[in-house]
Design a protein around this ligand. Structure first.
Ligand code: HEC
Length: 84
């Protein structure tokens, strides 16, 4: 799911270096950064659900089910630990 929906911007390892990132005005979040790492699952889930205002990160509510959003948060956690 991550590969299909998120990787183009956030990159294969969650560093925000996906192929679509170069053309964005706002750089995608790097999940291996400390700030992302410190955020709670609820905060990350809220961002995915509602998106980030004025950024290419749009809301996924309606496109992904609640279960899918939870799965993708879990996947981001795995990615963010890989770089430690
Ligand atoms: C069109 C490019 C794009 C796609 C596709 C995309 N994102 Fe993002 N994402 C962004 C950008 C840009 C930001 C940073 C926004 C900002 O900080 O202003 C972001 C931020 C985030 C954040 C916040 C991180 C933090 O530290 O606060 C999360 C979580 C996130 N994205 C998850 C996802 C997930 C999960 C998917 C797939 C379902 C996804 N994104 C798909 C561009 C994208």
């Amino acid at each position: 799911m991550y590969e299909r929906h998120c990787q183009s911007c956030h990159g294969p390892n969650g560093r925000g270096d996906g192929p679509a990132a170069a053309s964005l005005k706002v750089p995608p979040a790097n999940f291996q950064r400390f700030q992302s790492f410190l955020k709670s699952d609820e905060e990350l889930l809220r961002t995915i659900e509602h998106g980030v205002v004025f950024s290419p990160m749009h809301a996924w509510r309606g496109r992904l089910t609640d279960g899918e959003m939870q799965d993708v948060v879990a996947y981001i956690r795995v990615l963010s630990q890989r770089g430690q």
